[in-house]
Every structure is written in C-alpha cells, then in structure tokens.
Design a protein around this ligand. Sequence first.
Ligand code: MG
Length: 156
Amino acid sequence: MRIGIGYDIHGLKKGRKLILGGVPIPSAKGLTGHSDGDALSHAIVDALLGAAGEGDIGDHFPDSDEKYRGAASSLFIRRVRQLLQKRKLKISNVDAVVVAETPRLAPYKNAMKNALARALGVRPTQIGLKAKTNEGFGPIGKGQAIACFAVASLRG
Ligand code: MG
C-alpha cells in the first residue's frame, strides 16, 4: 500500500467562478489561479502523485505553461489517472478536507464526491469529503482564501 498527502490554497476573488472538485458552486467570489483554481482537485492530484512517487502537480502541469491557462482541473485528475494505470497502481481511497468560510458547501458535497469519483474512475464510496469552516480565524476565516487537504492510498 502507498499513501500520499496533498495540500493547496487559492485566493478568492470577486467575478471568478468557484469550482471545487470539478463542480461549479454558486458564489460571489471564486478561486484565483492559472487553471480554474480548483484547490480541491489540486490537493487530490498532489496526494495521488505523492503516493505514486511521481513528483507534484507543478512538475506535471507547470503554471508557466500557457496550455493550462483556465484549464479544467478535472483534466489534471484524468492525466494522473492515466499515469497510475500505466504504473498498474489502483486507487484504494481518497480522503479530503475543504476549509472554506463561505459559501456553505454541505449542499454540494455529494455532487463533488460524484464528480471526483467519475474523474478518478472509482466509486463514490472510495471518496471521503469534509467541508469545514475556519471558525473565522485568519485569511481563510475572513473569506480571502480556500484551503484543501487530501490523502490518497494506492495499491499495486
Ligand atoms: Mg493549486
């Protein structure tokens, strides 16, 4: 069994779309970034790459590369899925935490889980997803950013 950890944080800005786990979520502010800013997908990609011993998201999808400008992060997930297939590694489970003060994410958790399961080629029951606030503390608590943590385990 192989285990990997991933973390990501992106700033929130008015006028950007909020996408988490590949799901568009109604919000006045969205995540900034070179791609679609989907910090949850980025944390999961890093957890999977870490478990596989294949570097990190910046090695595979550099933000200096114009072809990833505005890219849907589900593309990164599908690419990593192909890399795992090539290595004959299977995803046992993925567990993630999204720390966001607003909007309230509970109503979108199932949609995010299903979208991530589809992109990863696993069952929704292989994905854990928690939505927390930061209890008002720090920049996340003030609604300036959203942070995500992820753990992935692979078998091969
Ligand atoms: Mg990122």
